[in-house]
Design a protein around this ligand. Structure first.
Ligand SMILES: CCC/C=C/C(=O)SCCNC(=O)CCNC(=O)[C@H](O)C(C)(C)COP(=O)([O-])OP(=O)([O-])OC[C@H]1O[C@@H](n2cnc3c(N)ncnc32)[C@H](O)[C@@H]1OP(=O)([O-])[O-]
Ligand SMILES: NC(=O)C1=CN([C@@H]2O[C@H](COP(=O)(O)OP(=O)(O)OC[C@H]3O[C@@H](n4cnc5c(N)ncnc54)[C@H](OP(=O)(O)O)[C@@H]3O)[C@@H](O)[C@H]2O)C=CC1
Length: 297
């Protein structure tokens, strides 16, 4: 496969200031890089300031764009408000938010302590609605037509065992996306979401596909398109959803997963049937049909 290129034309996010939570690592970092390349001012925030500062330095050198790293635990409202006021001070205003911060790990649910469930739900659900609420109030007060992109998962729809706190929290984020897309549409505020399939990042792989598991299962085999996602593919979609090109779209959840979620199709197990078997099956079904066509049983 050829390397995936940036999709939008230069300057597509010019004059926009976008906050990316969890923007120091993984997919958040890849989105931040592309937003900078498209001319946005970017604010990245998460718990680890040293990681954010290293990312900011790297991306600034690479893109020549303006990026501000700020420490913020998305479970703390005063820290979120601090990020918003520091962003306004640095760039004049805020136009976009990516709720990308997350916590997650695989575990049998009955082995989780109450705190282990809380930690994931609080980062994902509480963090997303705290940030959304704080920015929404600012946008409504200042008549700014802001845009929010929530990073969800495909199992928000289907549910999934062994990641139950994450599934509960991400499903809540989806409900918020659709509910507020309607309620805040009169203010011109848009909310959309991406449901990514597997995109290799250290954060996700260490906690969801650890070596012990990777030795036994081939994840690529579960994916109809037989590969994991490229970060630029997700960054392209994210930039589109934050740009004015998507200004007629709100309340939408776009799945980007190589077809992985379609595995649930009831007859998809037939992918292993050979051509010879298909010929025999067709013959058998036709023979069954014959008597009924001739008026028989
Ligand atoms: C296709 C892929 C879909 C991907 C989706 C994603 O979201 S990928 C994104 C992936 N990226 C990330 O997740 C990035 C951020 N993630 C993190 O920082 C950590 O994974 C965190 C979420 C645990 C928070 O860390 P922290 O330092 O704030 O918390 P802490 O260490 O204090 O633990 C709190 C409680 O959890 C308990 N506990 C922990 N592990 C396990 C376990 N394996 N088993 C059982 N329990 C476990 C721990 O014992 C404690 O409970 P206790 O004993 O006190 O009752
Ligand atoms: N990679 C994948 O295959 C998939 C990822 N996703 C979603 O994509 C997003 C990015 O995940 P990914 O890049 O893979 O993983 P990462 O672990 O790299 O990203 C998670 C980010 O969240 C930040 N974070 C965690 N806790 C907090 C907190 N309390 N306050 C603020 N920030 C916090 C972390 O920074 P810090 O530690 O500094 O706080 C980190 O930068 C997540 O929403 C994830 O659920 C969804 C489906 C698949």
């Amino acid at each position: 496969m050829n390397p995936i290129e940036g999709m939008l034309r230069e300057g597509s996010l010019k004059e926009k200031t976008i906050i990316v939570t969890g923007g120091g690592t993984g997919l958040g970092k890849s989105m931040a890089r592309y937003f900078l390349q498209l001319g946005a001012n970017v604010v990245i925030c998460s718990r680890k300031l040293d990681v954010l500062e290293a990312t900011a330095k790297e991306l600034e050198t690479e893109t020549g764009g303006k990026i501000l790293p700020i420490a913020c635990d998305v479970r703390k409202t005063e820290q979120i408000e601090g990020v918003i006021s520091a962003s306004i001070e640095a760039f004049g205003r805020v136009d976009g938010l990516v709720n990308n911060s997350a916590g997650n790990f695989i575990s049998p649910t009955e082995k989780l302590s109450y705190k282990a469930v809380d930690v994931v739900v609080d980062i994902v659900l509480r963090g997303s609605y705290y940030f959304t609420l704080a920015l929404g109030k600012y946008w409504i007060d200042h008549q700014i037509k802001g845009t929010i992109l929530n990073i969800s998962t495909t199992y928000s729809w289907t549910g999934s065992g062994w990641v139950v706190p994450s599934a509960m929290a991400k499903a809540g984020v989806l409900a918020m996306t659709k509910s507020l897309a309607f309620e805040w549409a009169p203010y011109g505020i848009r909310l959309n979401a991406i449901a990514p399939g597997p995109f290799p990042t250290k954060g996700a792989w260490d906690r969801l596909f650890p070596e012990e598991l990777a030795k036994k299962f081939s994840f690529e085999n579960r994916i109809p398109l037989k590969r994991t996602g490229e970060h630029q593919e997700l960054a392209n979609l994210a930039a589109y959803l934050l740009s004015d090109f998507s200004s007629y779209m709100t309340g939408e959840v776009v799945t980007l997963d190589g077809g992985e979620v379609l595995n649930g199709g009831q007859f998809n197990f037939l992918k292993d049937v050979t051509d010879e078997q298909w010929a025999a099956i067709a013959e058998q079904i036709k023979n069954t049909n014959k008597p009924s066509r001739n008026g028989g049983e």
